[in-house]
Design a protein around this ligand. Structure first.
Ligand SMILES: Cc1cc2nc3c(=O)[nH]c(=O)nc-3n(C[C@H](O)[C@H](O)[C@H](O)COP(=O)(O)OP(=O)(O)OC[C@H]3O[C@@H](n4cnc5c(N)ncnc54)[C@H](O)[C@@H]3O)c2cc1C
Length: 328
């Protein structure tokens, strides 16, 4: 029986999310090692145009899952999916985004399918005994290689890793729609409300100076701001803990749940370099990292590595810079 690699696509009100194309790229890599066909599942309402667009761009057959209850949110539609819709396709791999939505249903789906679930996949390696999936642990200090012995393996894929390639498809994929009966809900979804987080300033900056947990206290943000002011078209950013502690607003957070930035210069101050942070800044043109731990993962991505206490180094750097500037 033909095996399949299934992609669970994501969209935002019908706009295909970039991670969907990364999942397609990942599935294509998996396909090189298997004889499996690829299918895309997408759930939600009024997705006809979205699905046809995706079928055309990817050349892959799309299955739209919708609900007869027009108020049922996309995520719960997929949670209620009758299992035979998946098992009939004999799924070898199911590729899901490693994000809030994906992690909300991937483990449950693995239990329902009696499948393996490997999360945070960053790399696919071919070994003599089969495919191996790498993910980082402990803020990128350790890499775990994991193989699966299950018939079906669910993979949650780390965003920002599998960069989509532009391909010319000889034919668009087909689109079919399955409408599920409304399920009795244990909770009622009211509405989504977007937070008014405008990341436009940070996304357009030429230079970003970012603060991490390692700056120690909120008052040290002043050093980060002073450092940023040395550069024209600069902006201050931060890692998630810094925003969680309310030292900076969330529209200044860099990473998979924050902004994705590509400045000419990115200066990471007291940032460990977790994969979630790296996903938002890895395409910066030049990266400088200041961290007191010489084994910190951020140094794997930095062009210049400064092993120093940030609170000591930054004021010294600013003073030295200003002294030299006045000497010109
Ligand atoms: C689903 C999910 C989504 C996430 N999304 C994001 C995201 O979008 N963005 C994000 O940033 N994180 C995100 N995270 C959190 C992420 O996993 C890390 O916890 C976070 O990035 C760590 O932030 P940090 O490097 O500032 O702090 P830490 O991990 O605490 O690292 C602090 C670093 O500072 C160094 N340090 C300590 N003192 C000093 C000093 N005096 N001088 C210099 N260096 C010093 C330490 O050596 C260490 O490397 C997410 C996590 C999850 C689970």
């Amino acid at each position: 029986m033909e095996q399949h690699i299934i992609i669970i696509a994501e969209h935002d009100n019908g706009k295909i999310a970039p991670i969907t194309f990364e999942l397609i790229e990942c599935a294509k890599i998996l396909q090189q090692f298997t004889a499996a066909s690829i299918k895309i599942f997408i759930s939600g309402h009024d997705l006809s145009a979205t699905a046809h667009h995706l079928a055309e761009k990817s050349g892959i057959d799309i299955i739209v899952i919708t609900s007869s209850n027009p108020r049922e949110p996309d995520e719960t539609i997929f949670k209620d999916l009758p299992l035979n819709l998946l098992t009939d396709l004999n799924p070898l791999y199911i590729c899901i985004a490693q994000n809030q939505k994906g992690l909300d249903f991937a483990p449950g789906l693995a239990i329902r399918l009696n499948a393996a679930c490997i999360t945070g996949v960053e790399k696919i390696i071919q070994r003599d005994d089969g495919l191996c999936f790498s993910r980082s642990l402990f803020n990128d200090k350790i890499t775990a290689d994991i193989t699966s012995t299950a018939g079906t393996t669910i993979l949650t894929i780390q965003p920002g890793i599998f960069k989509p390639k532009i391909t010319n498809n000889s034919r668009p994929g087909t689109v079919s729609t399955i409408t599920l009966p409304a399920c009795p809900q244990k909770y009622h979804f009211k509405r989504y409300k977007k937070n008014q987080s405008d990341t436009s300033g940070i996304v357009d900056a030429d230079v970003i100076v970012s603060a991490g947990n390692g700056i120690g206290k909120k008052e040290n943000l002043d050093l980060i701001r002073r450092l940023a002011r040395l550069f024209p078209k600069s902006h201050v950013g931060g890692s998630r803990p810094v925003c969680d502690k309310k030292w900076l607003p969330y529209n200044q957070q860099i990473g998979i749940t924050g902004a994705t930035v590509r400045p000419k210069l990115y200066i990471a101050c007291g940032i460990s370099g977790s994969s979630q942070h790296i996903a938002g800044m890895r395409d910066s043109k030049f990266i400088v990292a200041i961290n007191k731990d010489p084994h910190s993962a951020i140094f794997n991505f930095a062009d210049i590595c400064i092993v120093e206490d940030a609170a000591t180094f930054i004021p010294l750097f600013i003073d030295t810079y200003q002294e030299n500037r006045f000497m010109d």
